[in-house]
Design a protein around this ligand. Structure first.
Ligand SMILES: [Mg+2]
Length: 144
């Protein structure tokens, strides 16, 4: 029987959500779907990230980003939300901090809005339904 010790590389692998200095990447989740926000939060915290805030619409997201700044390393930004959509919120965040790292969360079929977001400065995008591996892959890529 194999014991844990047979897979040292796997066990010793650093959690993805930690910076080189060992502290967690701090994430702000902006999404009007409580289900999606919870899913994202679970995926990220299970990989070592720290969720420092959540907001349920674009306007609240921008306000939260400014309030937490500079203690946010990454924002996940839903595209379709009430009050203020994610593309507008992205624009306002980039105007406030041109180095902000924002990853868009998109429903299928929003290619134009995704393209627009990437032009405005979003680092990457993730299409729903969320797949754990893809979420982590895209988010880690955006942190490089
Ligand atoms: Mg939405």
């Amino acid at each position: 029987m194999k014991s844990k010790g047979d897979f040292p590389a796997m066990n010793e692998k650093d959690p993805e959500g930690l910076k080189p200095d060992g502290t967690a990447y701090r994430v702000l989740i902006v999404d009007d779907s409580m289900f999606v926000a919870k899913q994202l939060s679970q995926i990220l915290t299970s990989a070592g990230f720290e969720v420092v805030g959540t907001a349920a619409d674009g306007q609240a997201g921008v306000e939260k980003f400014k309030e937490l700044h500079p203690k946010v390393d990454l924002v996940t930004m839903d595209i379709t939300m009430p009050r203020m959509d994610g593309v507008t919120a992205l624009q306002q965040i980039m105007d406030f901090d041109k180095d902000a790292r924002v990853v868009m969360i998109s429903a299928l079929g929003k290619n134009d809005l995704v393209k627009n977001s990437l032009m405005i400065g979003a680092k990457n995008y993730i299409v729903k339904p969320l797949d754990r591996q893809k979420v982590l892959e895209r988010i880690l890529h955006s942190l490089k």
